[in-house]
Write a new protein. Structure first.
Lengths: 158, 373
């Protein structure tokens, strides 16, 4: 290697390193372009996307009524056995037997949040909630009953 | 790939070391048994199975709608494209026509995933070689894409957005604007990649003439994707066997002829620009209409065998389904790109130095859950 070649190599190397350092220096003085979210401190303002799949919940209206008919479509659609529908028979005022849910048991610890149960539900009884802080000390707390105690099916939902 | 370790009676000057399964230079639980002579590599023996979850067997007990979500867990960096491959194979069996809007959405999502995957690869590979800053720069752009995914699909990594017949939900109303914002951001920031890493003299010295892979060897080892295109092998499934609307789009197959690590690096960087081109063509021309074809509640494939392949960010992914006519597949086989790309590592690493192995592994873009499944 000639001396000329050697010197030009050194100059090129130093200039390439300086180009990279210039980028670092740029961000050192441009704090506004830093996009880091300081997560536990920004809890009050943190907005999750509206379709974010956090956990399955069953919305209830002000009369403690839900839309679930107990058809077990979600249970059949689930790939991991996350949902178990326990049904009972209600007696209607006319004296007829009517199928209704006793419990809709949801195992969050098994759930992969694939959205297949929500897609399969014919009466839009279950939706995805945007919560994501699911850590608990006891594993049993992750098994949830989605319908509230004493709740019943909404009028007009078949 | 695993074989009984030969009984060595005369070690000579050889030294056998283990890289992984828990090692900072490997991206997952990859275990390499390396035989060294001094600092020169004599043999690289990958030992697999540390993250084997028997996905193929699991799929046999799930229905055709259900098993798609499992494939997000194979190559988690191109989860969309894995789901796409499975959905295409099921649609082939059912003979379904996909609405044009669903096709456009699928292609858009695939290309966004490809850019996100290549960006993570770029950051992680620079980190392997000792540069920590690029990782954050890569994640800045990738974060924009994951935000777009989160808004439309509801998840950031394992989306499960593709269903047989189309996509699960329609695009979010803000999708187009967000993608356009991303395109602006990307074009404003992409030159930083070259300034920080590509032009850097230390990086070039570590990449050039390292891990040479000839085109013949690339074909005979079954290497696909950007790793093979770095050796000049034309293997882009999007061009060779177009699926969805790829045959109507204008984009180039990126080819480099160097065959070394630097060529493979350049292929991926240039491929991101091609994906940007595809997104630009589609983003204003998403057809109106249904996002999902009408399908039966319970899918049953006719008796027979079905095979489709797609181009993931790492290479050719093949899905092979054998159906007996029931609601679950009789057998599923995934031809994953990572497995074939790993098999060539021993060939290209022989005779080079141990320090260069990290550069070779980095440019092969190995995702370990994809290799093991």
């Amino acid at each position: 290697m000639s001396a000329k070649q050697y010197i030009s190599d050194v100059v090129n190397a130093v200039s390439s390193l300086l180009t990279g350092m210039k980028r670092t220096g740029y961000y050192f003085f441009h704090h506004k372009e830093i996009i880091t979210e300081e997560y536990p401190d920004n809890r009050a303002t943190l907005k999750m996307a509206e379709r974010f799949k956090g956990e399955v919940v069953m919305p209830h209206d002000e009369n403690n009524e839900h839309r679930c008919t107990g058809c077990t479509a979600c249970e059949l659609a689930c790939p991991n056995g996350t949902i178990k529908v326990v049904t009972k028979f209600d007696i209607t005022p006319e004296g007829k037997k009517k199928k209704a849910i006793d419990k809709l048991v949801y195992h969050l610890e098994l759930c992969t949040l694939c959205n297949l149960c929500i897609e399969s539900c014919p009466s839009d009884a279950i939706i995805m909630a945007q919560t994501f802080e699911h850590s608990v000390f006891n594993r049993a707390e992750l098994t949830k009953v989605l319908n509230k105690p004493g709740s019943k099916i909404m009028e007009g939902v078949e | 790939m695993y074989r009984e370790t030969e009984i060595v009676t005369d070690m000579g000057n050889d030294l056998v070391i283990n890289v992984g399964p828990q090692h900072p230079a490997t991206h997952g639980v990859l275990h390499l048994v390396i035989t060294l002579n001094g600092e020169t590599i004599k043999k690289v023996e990958p030992h697999l199975g540390y993250i084997h979850r028997s996905i193929e067997k699991m799929c046999e007990s799930l229905t055709y709608r259900q098993f798609i979500y499992v494939t997000s867990r194979m190559d988690y960096l191109s989860a969309h494209i894995n789901n796409h491959a499975c959905a295409l194979c099921i649609e082939k069996g059912l003979g379904l026509e996909i609405p044009p809007r669903a096709q456009a959405i699928r292609v858009l999502m695939d290309e966004l995933t490809r850019i996100a995957s290549h960006e993570l690869w770029w950051g992680a590979m620079a980190m392997d070689l000792g540069a920590f800053t690029p990782f954050f720069h890569a994640f800045r752009e990738r974060e924009t894409i994951t935000d777009i995914m989160e808004e439309t699909c509801g998840a950031r990594l394992t989306m499960n957005y593709m269903v047989p017949g189309g996509v699960m939900q329609d695009l979010h109303p803000s999708f187009q604007q967000k993608v356009k914002d991303f395109l602006v951001l990307y074009k404003r920031k992409i030159h930083e990649y070259d300034e920080m890493v590509t032009g850097n003299v230390i990086f070039q010295n570590r990449m050039k003439n390292v891990g040479y892979l000839s085109p013949e060897d690339a074909i005979s080892y079954g290497v696909t994707g950007p790793s093979a295109r770095g050796s000049g092998v034309k293997c882009d499934i999007r061009k060779l066997y177009p699926y969805e609307i790829y045959d109507k789009l204008q984009f180039d197959e990126v080819l480099e002829t160097g065959g070394d690590s630097f060529a493979r690096y350049m292929v991926r960087l240039r491929e991101m620009n091609e994906s940007i081109k595809i997104i630009e063509q589609l983003i204003d021309n998403i057809p109106e209409g249904d996002f999902q074809a009408k399908t039966k509640a319970v899918l049953k494939l006719p008796k027979g065998e079905f095979y489709t392949r797609v181009e993931t960010a790492r290479g050719e992914l093949g899905v092979y389904i054998v159906s007996e006519g029931g609601t679950t597949p009789y057998r599923i086989k995934f031809r994953s790109p990572g497995f074939s790309n790993l098999s060539v590592l021993d060939h290209i690493a022989r005779g080079s130095k141990l320090g260069d192995l990290v550069a070779m592994m980095g440019t092969l873009d190995l995702v370990i859950p994809d290799i093991d499944r």
